[in-house]
Design a protein around this ligand. Structure first.
Ligand code: APR
Length: 229
């Protein structure tokens, strides 16, 4: 029997209960740091040390976090469904939770890439990326992160995956950042959609949407139980 395809778009909220700060909630990362100081290419050109420090801190913290009930429940779904995760998160908690198909839209914290050739991507050993760490062609390595204003290379793949879903889930994202926020628009109207977020709201133009106003740990576990029954 062909397995039904569940496509799941996640944001910072799915990792919140693992101890990772979200961006736009009160106390979120963008309250403490200015986006234009740490998360744009201009910032990198102006003050690469500051940008490296910001991501080094995030990476160091990631090593202290582990997947929560939501990540683990999503991996469970693979027993019965063809599950594709599309995440805006740069952490590796879906992978560590056991999910096997994870598409990262905004890059990965534990990887670096060449500033000269964006196809040269490397794992970062440990938590620190430093000035003077170079790619094989000799140029400085930068965090493998999609900064504001940069293209999102995986968006076409994500749109295609979204258009083929039999069931769609959106977890823990404020849907503020495009193009990721537009992915719901690619999901066919008849496909059942679930939004799990304590602050979830109707999304304009999106029908068949069930809003579950819960934290991911509880909301995702309960929904997965229902889908697996
Ligand atoms: N469970 C589920 N959702 C939660 C939880 C939780 N425990 N805690 C908070 N949330 C929800 C918030 O209600 C909010 O809707 O998570 C969402 C977090 O929103 P943002 O901070 O805007 O994060 P996200 O949508 O992932 O941001 C998108 O912006 O700067 C960036 O590149 C970064 O990928 C990120 C993008």
């Amino acid at each position: 029997m062909l397995m039904k395809k569940i496509v799941i778009l996640t944001g910072a909220g799915v990792s919140a209960e693992s101890g990772i700060k979200t961006f736009r909630d009160s106390g979120g990362l963008w309250e403490e740091h200015r986006v234009e100081d740490v998360a744009t290419f201009d910032a990198w050109e102006r003050d690469p040390e500051l940008v490296l420090k910001f991501y080094n801190e995030r990476r160091k913290q990631l090593y202290e976090c582990k997947p929560n009930a939501a990540h683990i429940a999503l991996a469970e779904l693979e027993k019965k469904f063809d599950v594709q995760i599309i995440t805006q998160n740069v952490d590796d908690l879906h992978e560590r939770g056991g999910s096997t198909k994870v598409l990262h839209l905004h890059g990965e914290l534990k990887k670096s890439r060449s500033t000269m050739d964006e196809t040269l991507v490397y794992p970062i050993e440990g938590w620190e990326l430093k000035m003077g760490d170079c790619c094989e062609k000799g140029s400085q390595l930068r965090p493998h992160i999609v900064w504001f204003g940069e293209a999102v290379p995986n968006i076409l793949k994500a749109a295609e995956l979204s258009s083929k879903a039999d069931i769609y889930m959106v977890i823990g994202t404020s849907l503020n950042v495009y193009p990721a926020a537009g992915l719901l628009g690619y999901v066919p109207p008849y496909v059942p959609k679930y939004l799990i977020d304590p602050n979830g709201n109707e999304v304009m133009g999106v029908n068949n949407l069930t809003i579950i106003k819960e934290k991911a740990g509880k909301g995702v576990t309960e929904l997965v139980k229902k889908l697996m029954a």
